[in-house]
Design a protein around this ligand. Structure first.
Ligand SMILES: [Zn+2]
Ligand SMILES: [Zn+2]
Length: 204
């Protein structure tokens, strides 16, 4: 199999594998130990080579375009460290806001938030010392943007949320990354807040 120039070590030993039924993404690997996953639904024309030679690769740190012809790479975004809400934080907020709580329930933070309680979320956010609670509350606040309140949300809520995101940028990095939907080229398939968060993220 033909080898390519490895984006990590620049040696001519970068090569790909994928399973027969293509249930897992194509994986690129090099003898230097570097590996990356390719999302084959994306391809673009390289501005240097002027042919469709750029693939979208993702490793543990970043998502980037890579041209297999001229070996140019273009960073799309860094991948922040994964963070998730803790069970304790969910339990505390479920009790405080009188929301249903089931320890086995996945996606609690995406299901229970309601725009009617948004002021309670802001108040709690401002008065807690717990990072876990603020982390969870931020997801809940952002989730309220999906409840059909559209441009009013952007006008009234988003500026207040942005202030909190700036203050606690590192704490919310993974959440912003999630709402940016970088694995989704078509912004219309993403969340309502996605274009606003992408713009905010780009400015930081
Ligand atoms: Zn290498
Ligand atoms: Zn190229």
């Amino acid at each position: 199999m033909a080898t390519q120039i490895c984006p990590a070590c620049n040696k001519d030993s970068f090569t790909w594998t994928h399973d027969e039924d293509r249930t897992t993404p194509t994986t690129w690997g090099c003898e230097c130990g570097y590996s990356a996953r390719e999302d084959e639904s994306f391809e673009r024309v390289c501005v240097i080579c002027n042919i469709k030679t750029e693939s979208r690769l993702e490793d543990d740190d970043k998502i980037y375009w890579w041209c297999c012809s001229c070996n140019t790479t273009t960073l799309i975004t860094r991948v922040p460290k994964w963070r998730f809400p803790t069970g304790d934080a969910i339990q505390e907020l479920a009790a405080e806001f009188e929301y249903p709580f089931d320890i086995n329930r996945q996606d609690w933070e995406y299901i229970v938030p309601t725009i009617d309680d948004i002021e309670k979320y802001f108040t709690k956010y401002a008065t807690t010392n717990s990072e876990d609670i603020r982390f969870l509350l931020m997801i809940m606040m952002l989730e309220t943007s999906n409840s059909g309140v559209d441009l009013k949300w952007i006008k009234n809520i988003w500026p207040r949320v942005m202030v909190l995101l700036k203050e606690d940028f590192q704490l919310h990095e993974y959440t912003m990354f999630y709402y940016c939907c970088w694995d989704n080229e078509d912004i219309n398939d993403a969340f309502f807040v996605t274009p606003y968060i992408r713009e905010f993220w780009g400015k930081q």
